[in-house]
Design a protein around this ligand. Structure first.
Ligand SMILES: [Zn+2]
Length: 380
């Protein structure tokens, strides 16, 4: 579904997207793979970077993989075809994950074992992924998650029962995480083949998301290198062209204000050139980074205004605000994410002093606008 904002961005590859298990060259030495996901968000973009490493036996040619896909038979099969047909007969030398979410890190254990290579990821995301796979239960499952959602107004007994009954949700998609890794840190330059990719840490979506920017990688309209521009940003989930990034408060960090962190993080990406080719984890590669950052800022400002307006008339819980923030019907998977996002908006406004908590006798936490009947008075 296209929207007006999406049309403000440019898509150098047009409408072309790779079929499952096909790869497309999107920039000089950068290939795009797009396996299916079993969610409303039905695909993820993975990237292959032409690489060369120095070893004891001399330089070795191969590929760096950026993000891995969910661990399921379809994605494994897609990778097998890529190994056989799309790597020019060369090995995978390294696996990079932008962050610890299942669609990004799910198959990292399998890729690293198969190619006897190392996972590169931020320390926070590696540690979180390891912890969640080694313990039972996670942020979206079990009694404590259900209690957290109930506190924020989720009342539907069926939904709460499903959250309670769901165990090890993360582990069904990420059965294992490599026990050793190499650490990506903000500001470090990752040398991949002839190019240096600078790490940009981002917060609010994942513990310590890493986007990667290579100012020297060339691209052109229609794909491949040269004659379009230079500079490529692998943006992961931090900047997506069509949908807004999920920014949620979760049960294990209940007082968090991730939306303020997220907005600060994407604002920092304005330091990159406007004509950078952005390779997002979902949707199509695009040009228009600064415009997209503007759009995302405006989107959240509009959400903030809607929340303040709704909470000016009567106190509302984060669950009450789902109708205000989301125009469509949500399934359980979507409700869990949407409720986390609703709490994130509420916490951002509370930290600015624009919303005040109203604990209910029923155990539900509600919020009212600090400005009483005039939300415009405090909205910037
Ligand atoms: Zn993610």
């Amino acid at each position: 579904m296209a929207n007006a904002q999406e049309d403000e961005l440019q898509y150098p590859l047009g409408a072309r997207v790779p079929a499952p298990a096909e790869v497309l060259e999107v920039a000089d030495g950068v290939r795009w793979l797009r396996p299916a996901l079993p969610f409303a968000l039905d695909h993820i973009n993975l990237w292959l970077l032409r690489d060369r490493e120095d070893g004891p036996g001399g330089p070795r040619e191969g590929w760096t993989v950026v993000d891995c896909g969910l661990d399921n038979p379809g994605t494994r099969a897609a990778w097998e075809r890529v190994f056989a047909e799309a790597l020019d007969g060369l090995p995978v030398l390294r696996v990079v994950c932008t962050h610890m979410h299942p669609d990004h890190i799910g198959l990292a254990h399998w890729l690293c074992e198969r190619w006897q290579c190392r996972l590169w990821i931020s320390a926070a995301d590696w540690a979180m992924a390891r912890a969640v796979t080694l313990q039972s239960g996670d942020a979206h499952s079990g009694d404590s998650a259900a209690a957290f959602f109930a506190r924020h107004g989720l009342a539907d007994p069926d939904s709460l029962a499903k959250v309670r009954a769901r165990r090890n949700y993360y582990v069904t998609m990420v059965p294992a995480v490599p026990p050793r890794y190499r650490r990506l840190m903000h500001g470090m330059a990752l040398r991949v083949g002839a190019h240096a990719w600078r790490c940009h840490a981002g917060f609010g979506h994942a513990p310590e998301h890493m986007a990667l920017h290579a100012p020297t990688v060339g691209w052109r309209h229609g794909g491949g290198g040269a004659s379009g521009g230079s500079g490529v940003l692998i943006s992961g989930d931090m900047v997506l062209p069509r949908i807004s990034t999920n920014v949620s408060v979760m049960e294990f960090e209940p007082e968090a204000n991730p939306l303020a962190l997220y907005l600060d993080s994407i604002a920092a990406l304005r330091a990159l050139p406007a004509h950078t080719l952005v390779l997002p984890s979902h949707g199509r590669p695009f040009v228009g980074l600064h415009r997209r950052i503007d759009q995302l800022g405006a989107h959240h400002a509009e959400r903030f205004a809607q929340v303040l307006e709704a909470c000016a008339h009567e106190p509302r819980s984060a669950a009450d605000l789902l109708d205000v923030l989301f125009a469509r019907a949500l399934d359980l998977h979507q409700t869990v994410f949407a409720l986390g996002e609703s709490i994130a908006h509420v916490h951002a406004l509370a930290e600015r002093g624009q919303l005040l908590p109203v604990p209910g006798a029923d155990g539900v936490l509600r919020w009212r606008s600090a400005a009483g009947g005039d939300p415009q008075a405090t909205h910037r």
